[in-house]
Design a protein around this ligand. Sequence first.
Ligand code: NAD
Length: 331
Amino acid sequence: MDGGKSPAHELAIVPEGMIADLLTRKASFDAVEKVFAAMASGDAVNFPVVREALGHEDALYGFKGGFDAVGGVLGLKAGGYWPHNLERRGLINHQSSVFLFDPDSGRVKAMVGGNLLTALRTAAASSVSIKHLARKDAKVLGMVGAGHQAKFQLRAALETHAFEKVIGWNYHPDMLPGLGAVAEEMGVPFQAVDLPGLREADVIITITSSFAPSLMAAHVSPGTHLACMGTDTKGKQEVEAALLALATVFCDEVAQSVTIGEAQHAVAAGLIGAEAVTPIGAVINGAHPGRTSDDEITLFDGTGVGLQDLAVADAIVTEAVARGMATLVPL
Ligand code: NAD
């Protein structure tokens, strides 16, 4: 149809600067929990990830896309890493935008700033794992990592579970006071520890950009839940591969977990097979029991999938349109 006969259609634009106002941690948590469940039941699929070196500005650029047939969400996140942004332009180095499409007609529906959204959806993933896999009586939260993303992880975890204390270790110890300030701002005491000190933790979140393991099996007590969130690329590694053989391993998506996630090393070393890794959506759906004893170590390998971005972007657009904050462009 054309010549003015096509049904009215608008593109909703929600810029980066509005995301903080529009997206609560709770909305992000709910969207991620729901889409993990849809992925495990086969109702939502992630498409193969494209990631390319541009040969310009030393940038890495790519797409993460997917389709959630139940949620009616189709789209992609485009963006990547421009290492010179901060020094040359005063911009953050990670840049991304989400585009949503009408799954019935293929017409573009929305364009949403993707930077804060990425941090919040990643924090939501570890929190979803804490809700479904940590012991209910967990009291001490351990943090490995104290960079940009660690603060988001910490805030979300403290909102999800009533931890009494946060302990933290970081490769660059000078960064720990910044993380401690977040814990204290949320009314929970913080203590810097050495790696063996993490044995006190009931839940440990790892969120570093490391290519060699910091957290060893000897640093983890029985009954701990680990959320390993930093490893999202081939070669990165945060925890000793032997830990995955000791733990019951869960992930966002098995294909990513065993190739670019923390499980890549244990699988390559023959310590576990891909069939030992369960999508957390199966626990959310009730198809897998999750933790079955107080002594069990559970490990969530969060690699970051496109459907997380799309689910959260869709929630943002709904909220922005409802509050009259989206710019609507007739197409
Ligand atoms: P950042 O640069 O702000 O912080 C990096 C952290 O890693 C710091 O704590 C730093 O001290 C630590 N670190 C650096 N070198 C280390 C080493 N050799 N050994 C141990 N620790 C080391 O980065 P960020 O934005 O906080 O991101 C952290 C990681 O999370 C990155 O690897 C990023 O790609 C990943 N990430 C994953 C997802 C996901 O969905 N899983 C989403 C966003 C970011």
